[in-house]
Design a protein around this ligand. Structure first.
Ligand code: CP
Length: 321
């Protein structure tokens, strides 16, 4: 998938579809711009006028709690007019094609689409088809990418650990079906961490996963040694077409993160999870709610990071000074 359409002729972000191919300088700029937006959450009136007069449409063809709401909040904090389409009650259910839905919304003078879709490449397709002045942000497409999730994860890591260079990061669980893992691996390698490990049973790893720039572990105890950042993933049963595991309890026994297993990582290791979490399947409650967990901090940071991405993508239109 060619994601170069993300960057305009001046090297600025136009669409945000994938981390793949984006330079470190641009990822760092997203983190820095997000930093400047964190304080907006503490204002009495939680708003800045950067995108006043712009219209943003959230098009979520797949369920979401965190991504959809933080995109909507981010757009509102930037003073944009935001519309969250309910796909279940839209004319998609009457057979209207994705392209016809887009064409009709374009006719309503939209400036940006935020798209979540079960099909890999859907956001890219829309970005190719929309009018040149419209930006498209990928809010998760199939198993391909979830770039704003990866960036809010990078923001949270930088907030706590300060420097990416010495960090050893382990991503644990269903790597095979995870768009989040793909985007995280690309972001971590672009930002120059010391090591990215994936820890999973063979059945939940893509073929040739090493080519993504990771070290592979099939044993949780071995993989957690010396780790600074532990990222847990849920089993994406909705994407599994065959039985890839004996049972959830067997999976928890081998790959579930417990307090005892977390002790193998560095004492100041942080525990992350993009959500939704499945307690007792990939993580026990004592860890999810424990002192090393930054899971809810990730959610909060999603607002500032999504504000940054939307503001930067609109820069081409002169919305940001
Ligand atoms: N992390 C994430 O994408 O969560 P939602 O599916 O709730 O948006």
């Amino acid at each position: 998938m060619n994601d170069n359409i993300q960057i305009n002729s001046e090297g600025k972000l136009k669409h945000f579809l994938s981390i793949d191919g984006l330079p470190r300088s641009l990822l760092t700029e997203i983190l820095d711009v997000a930093e400047s937006f964190v304080g907006v959450n503490d204002l009495q009136i939680k708003k800045v006028p950067l995108l006043r007069g712009k219209t943003i449409v959230n098009l979520f063809f797949e369920n979401s709690t965190r991504t959809r709401t933080t995109f909507e909040l981010a757009a509102k904090r930037l003073s944009a007019d935001v519309l969250s389409m309910s796909i279940a009650t839209s004319s998609t259910s009457k057979g209207e094609s994705l392209l016809d839905t887009i064409r009709n919304l374009e006719a309503m003078f939209v400036d940006m689409f935020v798209v979540r879709h079960a099909i890999s490449g859907a956001a890219h397709f829309i970005a190719q088809q929309t009018a040149p002045h419209i930006s498209v942000i990928n809010a998760g497409d199939g198993q391909h990418a979830h770039p704003t999730q990866a960036m809010l994860d990078m923001f949270t890591i930088r907030q706590i650990k300060k420097d990416f260079a010495p960090l050893k990061v382990a991503i644990i669980g269903d790597i095979l079906h995870s768009r989040v893992a793909r985007s995280q691996i690309q972001a971590l390698n672009t930002l120059g961490v010391a090591e990215v490990r994936v820890i999973a049973p063979k059945t939940l790893l893509p073929a040739h996963v090493e080519s993504m720039g990771v070290n592979v572990f099939y044993d949780l105890n071995a993989g957690l040694k010396d780790i600074d950042v532990v990222i847990m993933l849920r089993l994406q049963k909705e994407r599994m077409t065959s039985a890839l595991l004996p049972s959830e309890s067997e999976y928890f026994k081998c790959f579930g993160l417990t307090e005892d297993k977390l002790k193998i990582a560095k004492p100041d290791a942080i525990v992350m999870h993009p959500g939704p979490i499945n307690r007792g399947v990939e993580i026990e409650s004592k860890v999810a709610d424990g002192p090393q967990s930054v899971i809810l901090k990730q959610v909060s940071n999603g607002i500032a990071v999504r504000m940054a991405v939307m503001a930067m993508a609109m820069q081409k239109q002169g919305a940001v000074q």
